[in-house]
Write a protein that binds this ligand. Structure first.
Ligand code: NAD
Ligand code: UFG
Length: 330
């Protein structure tokens, strides 16, 4: 029996593949490489000694998805594949709805045809919109502010409806907070195309001199230093959270978990930690608030700890050191 990892050559998927292979799990990867590179499969092999079977395939191509299920004995799917840039989703809503939602529908229909009923889905803290209070618990109100977030919310609803209609399915919705950091080898990490939208890849490119300075989007929020506060979680902790989530699949229906640390750090905290840990300078300027940003977002991650026995263990210093180690290796 194998686990299918869609989006397995991407940032979070690749780290999760390493974690699963190291735990002895047989894996198959499906990715269309629209935001990752085939050489990631080589890196996974280098780190684990095992080369997972890789299909360069698009979830929108249902025949290609069928082929993956026909050729492998898949009993569980971890579904990372999707487009994830918030700003781009505002400019290209139809592309985002098609890729993320139709891609998921194709995957689900092939799963059902092949008697595969276990799914772990990459959701996001973005489904909490602008939370009224923090820390955020799983039962908070759900709302979104951009098409990317709406795809996550709709897919969550589709999966809830599916489980009501067919009690053979077990689904885990993992709501990630802000994944940063990289594998300690420097072989895997976050390497977005073009100018990064997210804070940490922007910071590492400033540190390397590829970008001149960081724009800090607003210093007048109602937070301790006025800059935005987020729950940054090491990507390796996130990867182990997926392994822990297998436990929840043993009970049918939908299970929802926040994957975060429960700690909030500001943009200035990140700059200061990165400079201190790596002994580099991050020139920055205070800029306008970024439209759609919220002041504060951090998790109550106690449900995952209580039910899955999972807890994030890596520090902000680990996240900053590993992110810089990866960038230097590129
Ligand atoms: P990523 O872009 O690095 O990985 C996604 C992978 O999916 C890429 O390798 C891409 O080539 C592939 N893909 C996209 N559309 C596809 C399709 N139609 N068919 C096949 N492959 C396709 O992103 P990531 O940061 O690793 O994120 C993984 C998942 O986690 C995404 O669903 C994302 O929305 C979600 N998520 C990410 C974050 C974050 O900050 N990184 C936060 C919350 C949730
Ligand atoms: N920021 C800057 N300058 C930058 C980039 C970001 O000051 O160049 C600030 C933002 O204003 C925010 C913080 O850094 O306060 C984090 O911003 P990110 O773009 O790294 O992350 P977001 O919290 O905005 O969003 C991320 C993902 C979403 C996901 C969400 C889940 O991009 O897809 O985390 O919590 F939904």
């Amino acid at each position: 029996m194998a686990v299918l990892v869609t989006g397995g050559t991407g940032y979070i998927g690749s780290h999760t593949c390493v974690e699963f292979i190291q735990k002895g799990q047989e894996l198959v990867i499906l990715d269309n490489l629209c935001n990752s590179k085939a050489e990631v499969v080589d890196h996974i092999e280098t780190l684990t000694g095992i080369r997972p079977r890789f299909y360069k395939a698009d979830l929108l191509d249902i025949d290609a998805v069928k082929k993956v299920f026909d050729e492998n004995d898949i009993d569980t799917v971890i579904h990372f594949a999707g487009l994830k840039a918030v700003g781009e989703s505002v400019a290209k809503p139809l592309e985002y709805y098609t890729n993320n939602i139709v891609g998921t529908l194709n995957l689900l229909s092939e799963m059902r045809k092949h008697n595969c009923f276990n799914l772990i889905f990459s959701s996001s803290a973005t489904v909490y919109g602008k939370p009224k209070t923090v820390p955020i618990k799983e039962d908070f109100e759900l709302t979104t502010t951009n098409p990317y977030g709406t795809t996550k919310l709709y897919i969550e609803q589709i999966l809830k409806d599916l489980c009501v209609s067919d009690n053979r399915f077990s689904v885990v919705l993992l709501r990630y907070f802000n994944p940063i950091g990289a594998h300690e080898s420097g072989l895997l990490g976050d390497n977005p195309n073009g100018i990064p939208n997210n804070l940490m890849p922007y910071v590492t490119r400033v540190a390397k001199g590829i970008l001149p300075h960081l724009n800090v989007f607003g210093n007048d929020y109602d937070t301790p230093d006025g800059t935005g506060v987020r729950d940054y979680i090491h990507v390796l902790d996130l990867a182990s959270g997926h392994y822990a989530a297998l436990k929840a699949l043993s009970e049918r229906g939908v299970h929802i978990y926040n994957l975060g640390t429960g700690n909030g750090y500001s943009v200035l905290d990140i700059i200061n930690a990165f400079e201190r840990v790596n002994d580099v300078k991050i020139p920055y300027q205070i800029a306008e608030r970024r439209p759609g940003d919220i002041a504060e977002c951090y998790a109550d991650a106690s449900k995952a700890e209580f039910e899955l026995g999972w807890k994030a263990i890596r520090s902000l210093d680990d996240m900053c050191a590993s992110a810089w180690n990866f960038e230097k290796n590129l």
